[in-house]
Design a protein around this ligand. Structure first.
Ligand SMILES: [Zn+2]
Length: 175
């Protein structure tokens, strides 16, 4: 369609798209803030401050934080605990319609659980550039992976990054 009518429909569509986009950004920040609150719980227990929440149908169905020291358990990462809780809640290991929010980019172990549970979207605040993690794994092996989640990064980067930096800085000063 052309002419003024066509362009007004086009503009309307653009407006709707911009609105949806804006709403997504706002929701991502809202849920990342919840993940940040979880990370603060980890900090209070002297764990590496990482928090995660899992959202399904616009509702938080699971939230957790890193509890590796507390449980003396290597698998007790925030994301794994969250995924386990969500599977219990939904009575299914398929998390196809879920979005996982994590304050730090998921490690290779958590990435495995994300791929295996078919999580649709993963949003994280801070990239884990120094070791093999989700984005590197998917970019290197995307043809061999049976499920590719959509990735969004950098949401609430400043505060989540500062939390981790301060934690490790304090650790170094203490020991
Ligand atoms: Zn992990």
């Amino acid at each position: 369609m052309s002419g003024p009518e066509g362009s007004s429909i086009k503009n309307h569509r653009l407006c709707v798209m911009a609105f949806v986009l804006e709403e997504n950004v706002m929701n991502d920040e809202k849920y990342m803030e919840m993940a940040y609150q979880e990370a603060l719980k980890a900090l209070a227990e002297d764990e590496v401050p990482i928090g995660a929440v899992l959202v399904h149908d616009g509702k938080i169905i699971a939230k957790s934080y890193n509890q590796r020291q507390h449980h003396n358990q290597v698998t007790a990462h925030a994301e794994i605990l969250c995924i386990s809780l969500a599977c219990e809640k939904l009575q299914s290991w398929h998390l196809d319609e879920c979005t996982l929010y994590s304050t730090l980019e998921p490690c290779i172990m958590c990435s495995g659980a994300i791929i295996q549970s078919h999580i649709k979207r993963v949003v994280y605040a801070v990239s884990a550039d120094r070791w093999l993690s989700l984005s590197k794994l998917l970019s290197m092996h995307h043809q061999e992976v049976n499920h590719l989640p959509v990735i969004e990064k950098g949401v609430l980067y400043e505060k989540c990054s500062l939390l981790l930096k301060n934690y490790f800085k304090n650790k170094r000063e203490r020991y």
